[in-house]
Ligand binder design. Structure first.
Ligand SMILES: [Fe+2]
Length: 187
């Protein structure tokens, strides 16, 4: 079955509030190849990644990210959503942060994830990703339940956090309308 047809079949069959293992199982059943996702990869064009929404319902959204070889995303959470990330191609440097309300996140751990790895993104946890591959482009497939709303993006230099609009990726918004709320943090 073609990739998009498989994706639609798998994700439209999910229960309204999938638990982490149900969501991972759906992603494992899809586990696309690089050749299958490449036609949907969107160039980063000056951002940390290009994002392409492949599926979105009230239950779940599925997004393909095509990473810049040089630019990391900003540390961020995923609002009230939980998610899984599948490394389709390349290697990812994955940084996990502390997540305390009102306080600047601090680095807890830095890991390198390989092609074929699955990363869990729990609710409210702050993380950051970047391409760690010199030769292979990083392509990652993300599933979030429910679709992300009110993602928080952190600027560690400004010591600030911004809740961003749904169309903004994990970077400090360039346009005022993408900034839903901005607050200063304690260092
Ligand atoms: Fe993320």
């Amino acid at each position: 079955m073609a990739f998009m047809e498989r994706l639609n079949d798998i994700f439209s069959a999910l229960p309204a509030h999938p638990c982490p293992s149900t969501l991972k199982d759906a992603l494992e059943r899809l586990a696309p190849t690089t050749a299958e996702v490449l036609p949907y990869a969107t160039a980063p064009e000056g951002h940390p990644y290009g994002r392409r929404i492949l599926y979105c319902s009230a239950t779940v959204e599925v997004m393909l990210m095509h990473w810049s070889p040089t630019q990391a995303c900003a540390p961020h959470d995923h609002g009230d959503s939980l998610g899984w990330i599948y490394i389709v191609n390349g290697q990812s440097q994955h940084t996990l942060f502390t997540s305390e309300p009102g306080i600047l996140p601090k680095i807890l751990k830095v890991k390198v994830e390989d092609t074929g790895d699955y990363l869990f993104a729990p609710r409210k946890k702050v993380h950051q990703m970047a391409s760690a591959s010199k030769n292979a482009p990083l392509l990652t497939l993300h599933v979030y339940a429910p679709p992300i709303k009110n993602m928080k993006v952190y600027d560690l230099k400004k010591c600030a956090v911004c809740t961003v609009a749904a169309e903004c990726g994990a970077w400090w918004p360039e346009e005022q309308r993408q900034k839903l709320a901005e607050i200063k943090l304690e260092p």
